[in-house]
Design a protein around this ligand. Structure first.
Ligand SMILES: Nc1ncnc2c1ncn2[C@@H]1O[C@H](COP(=O)(O)OP(=O)(O)OP(=O)(O)O)[C@@H](O)[C@H]1O
Length: 355
């Protein structure tokens, strides 16, 4: 395999002009650095521009402005075949009349590689993907998951510097999706190839990625590791988009080294500050449902919803007129509160994140 390449996007823009002559700014001046060998996932609501960004990296779409570096080269105006990328598509895009071997071999044949090399490379990929027994089958004789593996094999056999994935698992059922995402991640780590992945599915993004890029309305809201995005969202959009978030009001009581003392409805909590805050400043903070401690007596609240989910007991409580979601892990043997009852709660200090 060749060495993986970095992907840098610089001030990248894409404005579409529709048939009605409307301007749609699909991608609005984004900057992004993906390191060689990194698995980066673009995630965001429908229409946020993630597919357009991926297609500009692949060369299926030309930027209105900006640069696309693959390795050291700005490829922004080059055709897809000149970019050292390969794409795995949502609909597999296999040739229906060709068997698996020939589907995988296709790109190498176009490159006019010697027959012996083609055979050796295709067989190596088939073996790596544990698909040797499928080489004679045509796509119609395989399940969706198997077809998607062929589609991945066809991309990998080209030994591209960068592998691109456009929602590759969204046509598969939930169980197979989980299996396939683990498989893709394992193969990606074995091969060490730079990968850029587009999905709607936040769990998929969290499970697979070194870096998650949250997009919204054509811009990048935040990029970081799954932990950073979940534990330290930069704003309410990201907090609400990834996982479940309670957003609560508070006031900065004081600063102590790297910590802030934050007053939430009369109770003081000490937590790490990731920005500069001033004493007296009104703030909003995020607390995840699992960061609320049931049984503490900081606040007495009324339970409005109580649902047993096996691993967790899920509560909805009234917290100063707004709903607060609580997820108590491993409820076996603990007091279960019912709707209508009063319950004491508090916040786990480290889990409180000031926006
Ligand atoms: N060819 C086009 N002509 C006009 N507008 C377009 C075109 N392609 C995309 N758009 C618009 O650009 C915006 C971004 O689209 P894009 O497909 O990149 O979003 P997305 O985040 O991938 O969404 P989804 O998750 O629904 O696929 C949308 O508002 C979309 O309607």
């Amino acid at each position: 395999m060749k060495s993986p390449k970095k992907v840098y996007l610089e001030n990248l823009n894409k404005t579409f002009i529709t048939t009605g002559n409307d301007k749609v700014v699909a991608v609005n001046n984004i900057n992004l650095k993906i390191k060689p060998g990194e698995f980066a996932t673009m995630l965001g609501p429908s229409g946020c521009g993630k597919t357009t960004t991926l297609r500009m990296i692949a060369g299926f779409e030309m930027p209105t402005q900006g640069k696309v570096y693959i390795g050291e080269e700005n490829v922004a105006t080059k055709t897809p075949d000149k970019r050292d990328t390969a794409m795995v598509f949502q609909n597999y895009a296999l040739f229906p009349h060709m068997n698996v071997f020939n589907n995988i071999a296709y790109g190498l044949k176009i490159q006019k590689r010697p027959k012996s090399e083609i055979k050796e490379r295709v067989q190596r990929i088939l073996k790596m993907m544990k698909m040797e027994d499928f080489s004679e089958r045509v796509p119609g004789q395989m399940s969706g998951g198997q077809q998607q593996r062929v589609s991945l094999a066809r991309a990998l056999v080209m030994e591209p510097g960068v592998l691109l994935f456009d929602e590759p698992l969204s046509n598969l059922d939930a169980k197979l999706r989980i299996h396939m995402r683990d498989e893709i991640r394992k193969i990606q780590q074995n091969v060490g190839i730079t990968s850029i992945y587009v999905t709607h599915d936040q769990e998929e993004a969290m499970a697979m990625s070194d870096k998650v890029i949250i997009m919204n309305a054509g811009v990048i809201e935040q990029e970081g590791t799954p932990q950073e995005i979940y534990q330290r969202p930069v704003n309410e959009f990201v907090a609400n988009f990834i996982g479940r978030a309670n957003i609560i009001d508070g006031e900065i009581e004081g600063i102590s080294g790297k910590d802030a003392i934050v007053n939430i409805h009369g109770i003081s909590y000490r937590t790490k500050a990731y920005k500069n805050f001033q004493t007296g400043q009104k703030i909003r903070a995020v607390i995840r449902p699992e960061g609320v401690i049931v049984g503490k007596q900081d606040f007495i609240v009324k339970v409005e919803k109580s649902v047993f989910m096996g691993q967790n007991q899920e509560y909805g409580v009234d917290f100063f007129g707004a709903n607060l979601e609580i997820s108590e892990n491993n409820p076996t043997g603990k007091t279960i509160y019912r709707a209508g009852e009063q319950m004491g709660i508090g916040f786990e200090e480290r889990a409180l994140h000031i926006l």
